[in-house]
Design a protein around this ligand. Structure first.
Ligand code: ZN
Length: 381
């Protein structure tokens, strides 16, 4: 397998106030761990510099006036800082903008576009975009939840608009619901949005009866989970709900909103996944991508606020993308007993709600690569 890691030191220059969960150290620590493992020089791993997303590419999902507001806020932050003021300014409730935030944000949005280009040209199989600011809370006209531009949504629209893909799946296992992503594709049947998240929890959306609307009814799948749910609940949700839903939708590309704040060590989330648990879920996703879309898979960093857990999860995902099957897990299993809910009942109810009854994994036909090629315009088309 050939895997790309997309990272740029500009992501460290998006500055937040002290004690803000989204600190630059999150990415720094992940890079340190990859370096310590000597994995940056590993066979099969390519380092790609993310290009900046263009205004038009951002405007596929964001209002132009909002894009200009972010740019202007960063310019103003630079002025304030140059005049001796603080190096970061409040932009929305919990979201901050520093002098280099716009530059970081357009490259965070551009990273998965760079990855998609390389995948479509056949240069790589899959990619990990180690970026910040994160994206899945950002809505068309506003920043939210540490997010400026919705990176994964920009990527999905790019794959549809630029490469003529007809079906893109987004899997979001961040502990928070990706309200922005859901909203952007709520009436778009070309994008299947699947999210597991803690509920009740920020941002409050993501009930299981939010299923998309109009022609897109059924292409939003929400799995709200009570605090302390752990791997024993995630595993059947992924195998018995996510996988058959993916098989039925038959995506041509899978994007992942890869947040690791559902880790038991995370200071914000209260779900109980271990790094090894994340690895098992990733294996199901990788299996789906291989089976359905020639292995085309792009992971885009969202949350994850325990520095140790996030770095271990990033390294684990890269290891799995490269074809190895082991987790990088020094933190071990969750210290708490998972809250017992009847998993069989939960799964049966989710399968009923999404009309997956009678639809088992591997019912989908083998991917027809010739048809896939016909449907997908090449980069030069
Ligand atoms: Zn999150």
């Amino acid at each position: 397998m050939t895997t790309a890691l997309l990272y740029d030191p500009i992501f460290l220059e998006h500055i937040t106030p002290e004690n803000h969960p989204d600190k630059p150290e999150r990415l720094q620590m992940a890079m340190n761990v990859l370096e310590a493992l000597d994995w940056l020089k590993r066979d099969g791993l390519t380092l790609l510099a993310p290009r900046a997303a263009s205004e038009d590419e951002l405007a596929a999902v964001h209002e132009r006036s909002y894009i200009h507001t972010v740019e202007e806020a960063a310019r103003k932050a630079a002025e304030i800082h140059a005049g001796g003021g603080r190096n970061t300014q409040r932009f929305a409730t919990d979201t901050y903008v520093s002098p280099k935030s716009y530059e970081a944000a357009i490259r965070a949005a551009g990273a998965p576009l760079t990855a998609i280009d390389a995948i479509m040209k056949g240069e790589i199989d899959n990619a990990y975009c180690l970026v910040r600011p994160p994206g899945h809370h950002a809505v068309a006209e506003a920043a939210m939840g540490f997010c400026l531009f919705n990176n994964v949504a920009v990527a999905a629209r790019y794959a549809l608009d630029h490469y003529g893909l007809k079906r893109v799946m987004i899997i979001d296992f961040d502990v928070h619901h990706g309200n922005g992503t859901q909203e952007m594709f709520y009436d778009d049947p070309r994008v299947l949005y699947f999210s597991t998240h803690q509920a009740p929890f920020y941002p409050g959306t993501g009930q299981s009866n939010e299923r998309g609307e109009g022609e897109a009814e059924g292409t939003t799948i929400n799995v709200p989970l009570p605090a302390t749910s752990g791997y024993e609940i995630f595993e059947p949700v992924f195998r018995q709900v996510m996988a058959p839903a993916a098989d039925r939708f038959d995506p041509q590309l899978i994007l992942v909103s890869a947040g690791f704040d559902a880790h038991w060590d995370d200071p914000l989330g209260q779900l109980n996944l271990s790094t090894a648990g994340f690895a098992q879920l990733m294996k199901v996703i990788i299996e789906e991508a291989r089976f359905l879309c020639n292995g085309r898979l792009v992971l885009v960093q969202e949350g994850g606020y325990s520095l140790d857990a996030m770095a271990a999860c990033v390294a684990t995902c890269i290891n799995l993308l490269l074809g190895d099957d082991a987790a990088v897990d020094s933190l071990g299993q969750p210290p708490h007993m998972p809250y017992r809910i009847n998993t069989d009942v939960l799964i049966a109810e989710l399968r009923r709600l999404h009309h997956l009854t009678g639809y088992r994994m591997r019912n989908a036909p083998k991917p027809d690569i010739a048809r896939l090629r016909r449907e997908v315009k090449g980069p030069d088309a």
